[in-house]
Design a protein around this ligand. Structure first.
Ligand SMILES: Cc1cc2nc3c(=O)[nH]c(=O)nc-3n(C[C@H](O)[C@H](O)[C@H](O)COP(=O)(O)OP(=O)(O)OC[C@H]3O[C@@H](n4cnc5c(N)ncnc54)[C@H](O)[C@@H]3O)c2cc1C
Length: 384
């Protein structure tokens, strides 16, 4: 019996689960178990919408996995024993594995500066986004969004669009859309201006207080609510288990996405430190889903007695929503650097929505057509 346990059923873990179920259909020597904090699939790509008070679809993982033979366990993974090859769930249930797929994702780093844990909201889970939505519903005054990366930009634009009576400030080190080409960046900035978002770029937030945000140099920005989107933090479980991790706690992987210290463990999505020829991958759904698809194929190969192959991936776009009525999509080279062309306005809104809504129906299709789970851009010469 090949006991395969997948911890984390986000974008990467779900890809691994459905891909593996499809590829091992009919085999009675493979047992797949998926563990996730909730039985509702978290569409992280829509959490800024949830935080702004929008209703999103109620997607249930057990319903999608029904009939696949995959066992689903709703619970919190509290430990991994690498020597015994077991996973502990809710401190009570123990699952044995021959192969582990580690897909616990990453969240914004609330330990980055003092006061975040006590006074700031996050988009770290659906629950956190709903808490912020309730807060914003009755709020008057100023919302400060800390972190001018793409999550901060999407959140600031969405809040400003859905709550036009609020003042929204976007504060962070970098210019919004810093990695976009000049025309897409200018479009994004004009959209934020149109929505009334006050951009404070080039500032270092050093403290979050009950009614303000302090930036380096001592200036305070008054805040009636604060949203923290900056930095990345992963679960400490991998490091505690003794898997080799990088300076952010992500599992360091070999070219086939196996832990370099524990080859019976595959790590995927935001929880994994994955390198390509052009450098490390940054946490995106765009790259996370292919890591899951690749691991499904690798595990199916291992079950048949074959060796896993190296993972290759190249970026192709950066779609960014700018409220419900606007968006910008920067097309990129495989290393993530901008190409000259981009979409904006209605066409970009349509494109962004198509990308955001694609994963769930794709999971369903992959169970029936597992080869679909191996379709993504390999990056050409950039990753050879
Ligand atoms: C607001 C927002 C917008 C974004 N927009 C984009 C975008 O447009 N394009 C893009 O490519 N990326 C986007 N991202 C990033 C993208 O969401 C992540 O890169 C992606 O979710 C990573 O997938 P994952 O499977 O690694 O992790 P996740 O999707 O976060 O899944 C991890 C899963 O593990 C579960 N889990 C964690 N710890 C435990 C535990 N101890 N026990 C049990 N379960 C656990 C979680 O509940 C979750 O279900 C966005 C992120 C945010 C927050």
């Amino acid at each position: 019996m090949n006991k395969i346990v997948i911890v984390g059923a986000g974008y990467a873990g779900m890809m691994a689960a459905v891909g593996l179920a499809g590829r091992t259909k009919g085999r009675d020597d493979v047992r797949i178990t998926v563990v996730n904090a909730t039985d509702r699939f978290t569409e992280r790509l829509r959490l800024h919408q949830v935080a702004s008070g929008e209703e999103v679809a109620d997607l249930r993982i057990p319903e999608l996995l029904a009939g696949t033979g995959v066992e689903f366990v709703a619970g919190w993974v509290t430990g991994v024993d690498a020597a015994a090859r077991t996973v502990r769930v809710d401190d009570e249930r123990v699952l044995e594995y021959d192969r582990l797929v580690y897909a616990l994702g990453a969240v914004a780093d609330t330990a980055a500066v003092p006061g975040v844990e006590d006074h700031a909201h996050t988009l770290n889970s659906a629950h956190d986004a709903e808490v912020l939505a309730r807060r914003l519903a009755g709020l008057k005054g100023t919302v400060v969004v800390c972190g001018s990366g793409l999550t901060g930009v999407e959140a600031a634009a969405e809040i400003a669009g859905q709550h036009p009576h609020l003042d929204v400030v976007l504060a962070g080190r970098q210019e919004p859309g810093a990695d976009l080409g000049p025309r897409a960046k200018a479009y994004l900035r004009a959209a934020l201006d149109r929505l009334g978002v006050a951009v404070r770029a080039g500032v270092e937030v050093v403290k979050v207080l009950p009614d303000s945000v302090e930036v380096a140099g001592g200036e305070g920005i008054a805040a009636d609510a604060v949203l923290w989107t900056s930095g990345v933090r992963v679960s400490p479980l991998a490091a505690v288990a003794g898997f080799e991790v990088d300076d952010r706690g992500r599992v360091v992987t070999d070219p086939a996405l196996r832990s370099v210290s524990h080859p019976e463990v595959y790590a995927i999505g935001d929880a994994a430190a994955v390198r390509q020829g052009f450098g490390p991958l940054h946490g995106t759904c765009q790259s996370g889903m292919p890591t899951g698809g690749h691991v499904a194929a690798s595990l199916a190969r291992e079950v048949r007695g074959a060796r896993p192959k190296p993972f290759r991936f190249g970026y192709y776009h950066t779609p960014i929503s700018l409220g419900r009525d606007d968006a910008v999509v920067q097309f990129t080279k495989p290393d993530g650097s901008p190409r000259p062309f981009f979409l904006s306005g209605r066409r970009a809104v349509w494109y962004k929505e198509a990308v955001t809504s694609a994963p769930w129906p794709t999971f369903g299709r992959i169970v029936r057509l597992p080869a679909l789970g191996s379709v993504w851009p390999r990056g050409g010469r950039h990753t050879r």
